[in-house]
Design a binder for this molecule. Structure first.
Ligand code: MN
Ligand code: MN
Length: 448
């Protein structure tokens, strides 16, 4: 059943490479959800055939008319554009009196393995909103000339008791993830009374460079992310390594799909959510009514009476792909996969009838009829795809936005490219799986 995507798309090598280059540019820039939204809005400027519904610069719906009427139902591709990361606390900057360095307090966001984040260059990217409402966008650490930050790890010589004897989760507690941001300490005569404070010195620099006061951190969304650009991986350059594939890769692939589709048989919507990594709560997450709201705005745009019962009817007739990444077979950890049902690198988009954990708990579990439709569309269009499950039964598991999409009656299935090292600062994807996902979403919009 599984065929190499490179074989199936052997005549598309140039398209695959071109698409990968565009993606590398995108993912190198899009280090926050706000940046994904900004990138997409920039790219669709002038496309009058697209109608956009915004949600607080962090979630987005893009609509394109279909041959069929809106009241026949919509084809949605839904992805999430948040990614696991580390956030700054509201009261963040402090100096350590004994160690004589300045640090920032953080609180991690989503499922990270904390040991992966220490001892590496770190950037701060995000937005500060001052009391008067002025927005200040910040990016430090991405330009080669910028300084970076880091979480200084403990040397092995002294790690025996406090780290080596513990398990991976406890070896680096969340409260020890404090970002190193300064150490300058020149004792001056005038400081003798009050004492020199590295904290004050650092806050003065921040104030001077960005016009931000200490209290402004309270109304900020500053994300601590791995520094640097995405890279090609392997002698054959067949893979892309980057921070944030999960799930900006599906955001990118689906947005390009709706843009590039030759025609749209069905009214088509790409919807990009925030907050998936922390449970899809909040008014930009998939558990909010944003999808319903966006559909109402689309009804209004199409001149249809915004009748709430008609909205229910439209959603009940709709179909969706929950576009999210899955776990490719890791060569070193095969024991967590059941190999017959685990997606392989380079074998196309992974189709998951269900996700969930421990007896399908929390799964959407798509209906056989709908799975057959998806197979039909992809096979007819030579899209490389593979049936998949997330890990062995009882090994663990995870969810996506699928179950929230399906609440209103939308037929929903999960599909996205398999990754190695998911949720790490350097996630790996095969270029052909990226391209297969793009094709898969595109023909979903194009076909009957
Ligand atoms: Mn995801
Ligand atoms: Mn995730």
């Amino acid at each position: 059943m599984k065929k190499s995507g490179w074989t199936l798309l052997s005549d598309k090598r140039e398209d695959i490479e071109r698409f990968a280059r565009d993606y590398i540019d995108f993912i190198s820039y899009a280090k926050t959800e706000r940046r994904v939204v900004k990138y997409i809005l920039e790219k669709i400027k002038g496309r009058d055939d697209l109608f956009v519904v915004h949600n607080r610069s962090k979630a987005l719906a893009i609509y394109r008319k279909g041959k069929r009427r809106l009241t026949d139902g919509i084809r949605f591709v839904a992805a999430h554009i948040d990614a696991p990361r580390i956030d700054l606390k509201p009261v963040s900057v402090y100096d350590d009196e004994q160690a004589k360095v300045a640090l920032m307090e953080t609180h991690y966001y989503g499922g990270i393995k904390k040991y992966q984040w220490v001892a590496r260059p770190i950037s701060i990217v995000g937005t500060v909103v001052k009391e008067d409402g002025t927005r200040v966008d910040i990016e430090i650490g991405e330009d080669e000339e910028d300084p970076v930050f880091t979480f200084a790890d403990l040397l092995p010589h002294l790690a025996r008791k406090v780290q080596y004897s513990k398990n991976l989760v406890e070896a680096i507690p969340g409260e020890k993830l404090d970002l190193l941001i300064g150490s300058y300490h020149e004792e001056k005569k005038e400081d003798e009374k009050e004492g020199f404070s590295i904290k004050k010195y650092i806050l003065d620099i921040i104030k001077e460079k960005y016009g931000i006061d200490e209290e402004d951190f309270v109304s900020a969304e500053l994300e601590v992310v791995p520094s640097g650009k995405a890279r090609e991986v392997g002698f054959d350059r067949s893979m892309i390594g980057a921070y944030g594939h999960d799930d900006r890769i599906c955001g990118f692939a689906s947005f390009r799909a709706i843009l590039d589709a030759d025609k749209t048989e069905w009214p088509s919507v790409v919807i990009l959510f925030d907050k998936e990594e922390i449970g899809s709560d909040g008014n930009t997450g998939a558990q909010s009514f944003f999808l319903e709201y966006a559909t109402l705005k689309i009804m209004e745009y199409e001149g249809i009476n915004r009748d709430p019962l008609l909205l229910r009817d439209i959603l009940f007739k709709s179909q969706a792909i929950s576009a999210d990444v899955s776990a490719a077979v890791n060569p070193e950890w095969k024991e967590v996969h059941e190999l017959k049902n685990a997606p392989l690198m380079g074998h196309g988009i992974a189709l998951l009838k269900y996700t969930g954990h421990g007896g399908k708990y929390g799964a959407n579990d798509a209906h056989a009829e709908y799975v057959a439709l998806i197979r039909r569309i992809w096979n007819r269009n030579n899209v490389p795809w593979q049936p998949a499950e997330l890990g062995k039964v009882d090994e663990g598991g995870g969810g996506t936005v699928a179950k929230f999409l399906s609440r209103g009656g939308i037929d929903t299935i999960d599909a996205g490219p398999p990754l190695l090292g998911m949720h790490s600062p350097f996630e790996i994807v095969s270029k052909v799986d990226l391209y297969s996902s793009y094709l898969a979403y595109r023909v979903f919009f194009e076909e009957e």
